[in-house]
Design a binder for this molecule. Structure first.
Ligand SMILES: [Zn+2]
Ligand SMILES: [Zn+2]
Length: 387
């Protein structure tokens, strides 16, 4: 039984919701209109509980099955936020907000999970509870983290969580997944090096912060080449290098550097941060300078749990007949915070030959709606079979 017939019927309605969301993008936590529409629709569908204001502008809906004797509670998550990118799709329903657009397809994610919620409220053909999770600020704001910090998992008794992202380049209606590490941890850092400024013609009277910072940049290269196991992935990139003076004849007092660290495991992440701290402080000290590392942990590694990944893949095969192995992604994903709190899985769903994610010509493909909604509904009906 592939695509559920009900979603073929509902597709035009769900596509209309999606296009309305597309025309009104909202970024980070400012998803006030979107959250309002989500809450209003969940109530209209007959959700047993609708709660707003979780993780600032996040929305939760609870749907009970025909029976609720299994004790099972499954969470399904969609993201709602758009990006600060001027749209160039030329579609009739293009963004009405200058400089913002749904360039990552979160309009499609929100509409599909709403479609699944509508179906699940109509049919309730399961034994247990579904918690539909609509989060703001996936694109850098950590909305998923804030919803977790608001106690969402315990409050609604969520036992497992599932998430989905559309994927350009994968055929519409097809799915891809991998167990274990999937999306990278995406940390940020700043390093301030302070020496002793002075005249460029008298370096002996200074502590040259530029020379010290240059040694630090080189030392950081040894984290990947000498500290990491060669079969593991770690990227340490210094992307900014700014001196406190731009004059030709001044040795600057300070240098400020910044950059990013990408890792695929908690161990590599801890190792990278620990080595950076030692190298930055130790190299500076050896020159008589002082350096401070500000290491900012952003999104953790998105780790798919084995059992739930196998299940998610088997559900994808039910819907589309196949489920491809996915490659590692060096981008980040804040569903990772939910997967740190509960077992679950994140799957990719084909968006066909569209422009890439975050491109001004990207658009979600409404033809993918029936497959995406069917996957959500099957996750629920197969995980918590009707008594
Ligand atoms: Zn994105
Ligand atoms: Zn996205």
């Amino acid at each position: 039984m592939p695509i559920k017939n009900r979603f073929a019927e509902l597709q035009p309605e769900i596509a209309a919701w999606r296009q309305d969301l597309h025309a009104h993008p909202e970024v980070l936590f400012d998803t006030h209109r979107t959250s309002g529409i989500v809450a209003e629709k969940l109530s209209a569908f007959g959700c047993d509980e609708v709660v707003t204001g979780i993780g600032r502008t996040g929305v939760i809906g609870v749907i009970k099955g025909k029976s609720d004797t299994s004790g099972k509670v499954v969470g399904l998550r969609a993201d709602m936020d758009a990006l600060p990118i001027p749209e160039e799709t030329g579609v009739a329903y293009a963004s009405k907000t200058p400089g913002q657009m749904h360039a990552c397809g979160h309009d499609g994610h929100t509409a599909m999970l709403l479609g699944a919620a509508k179906y699940l409220c109509e049919t309730r053909n399961f034994d247990g509870r579904v918690v539909v999770i609509f989060q703001p600020a996936e694109e850098g704001g950590g909305g998923g983290r804030e919803m977790c910090e608001d106690g969402m998992m315990d409050r609604f008794g969520i036992q497992e969580v599932y998430g989905m992202h559309n994927w350009p380049g994968l055929e519409v209606g097809q799915f891809a997944i991998r167990p274990g590490a999937f999306f990278a941890a995406t940390d940020l850092f700043e390093i301030e090096v302070e020496g002793k400024g002075g005249h460029a013609a008298k370096p002996n009277e200074t502590i040259d912060s530029t020379v010290v910072a240059s040694h630090i940049v080189l030392a950081l290269q040894t984290i990947a080449s000498r500290n990491a196991d060669p079969v593991d992935q770690v990227v340490v990139s210094v992307t900014g290098f700014e001196t406190s003076s731009q004059a030709f004849n001044v040795i600057p007092q300070k240098v400020l550097m910044k950059g990013t660290v990408r890792t695929m495991s908690a161990e590599m992440r801890d190792m990278a941060e620990a080595r950076m701290t030692k190298l930055v402080e130790g190299v500076a000290e050896s020159f008589g300078a002082v350096a401070k590392l500000n290491y900012m942990r952003n999104y953790p590694v998105t780790v798919n749990h084995e059992v739930q990944t196998d299940f998610a893949a088997s559900v994808a095969r039910t819907v589309s007949g196949d489920c491809a192995p996915a490659d590692l992604v060096m981008g980040g994903e804040d569903f990772s915070f939910m997967l740190e709190e509960r077992p679950g899985a994140y799957i990719l769903m084909g968006n066909g030959p569209s422009a890439a994610l975050h491109h001004p010509k990207y658009n979600f493909d409404d033809e993918a709606i029936p497959a995406g909604c069917s996957w959500w509904a099957e996750i629920v009906e197969q995980r918590m079979p009707a008594a």
